[in-house]
Design a protein around this ligand. Sequence first.
Ligand SMILES: Cc1cc2nc3c(=O)[nH]c(=O)nc-3n(C[C@H](O)[C@H](O)[C@H](O)COP(=O)(O)O)c2cc1C
Length: 182
Amino acid sequence: MDVLAAIAARRTVKAFTGAPIPRETLRALCEAAVQAPNHRLTQPWRFGVADRDSIPRLLEVLRRPAVAACVEARKLGPALERIAACGGLIQVACVLEGGEERRREDRDAAAAAVQNLLLAAVGHGLGSFWSTSPLMAHPEVLRWFGADPTSMAHIGTIWLGVPAESPPSPHRRHLDEVLHWA
Ligand SMILES: Cc1cc2nc3c(=O)[nH]c(=O)nc-3n(C[C@H](O)[C@H](O)[C@H](O)COP(=O)(O)O)c2cc1C
């Protein structure tokens, strides 16, 4: 798929059919992510991947009282139901090293990696949702995904799957409101 078409087609999708995503596809999305620009080639991104078969174990972690307490009780059930319908999830973390400038640039690079991942998902016919829910950022969840919460920042959890909805493009400011010709 043409990259401009992928950019135009990408939307945040939160409802999925439950169809599994093959491991090789999840791997291909991470392969696209690591092509992102990164200053001094620090490659600060780390990925924790849960395929469809792992989701029941993830849900057990999310139901632990200390983890579940991160979100309002009324929101927990719907969130778990939606996660249960994902075809896979990718947890993205950024290694925290060096001073303020290095950390800022590394975080920027990790965000660029996420966008690569989201666009690659479009290319594979998948929907995606970049979530920063505290539920998935809980240290116990990060550890379950293989990340070290003491030395890494949570960049986001990418929910992935075959879309069960096709949301419209949310309103965006007219380009001329944010563009200035020098
Ligand atoms: C860093 C970041 C964190 C986000 N976290 C959340 C989130 O926790 N919950 C949510 O509903 N959407 C989250 N989003 C998705 C945005 O709400 C979404 O991108 C926005 O509504 C625009 O819609 P679109 O992605 O379809 O263009 C996040 C997006 C970014 C870039």
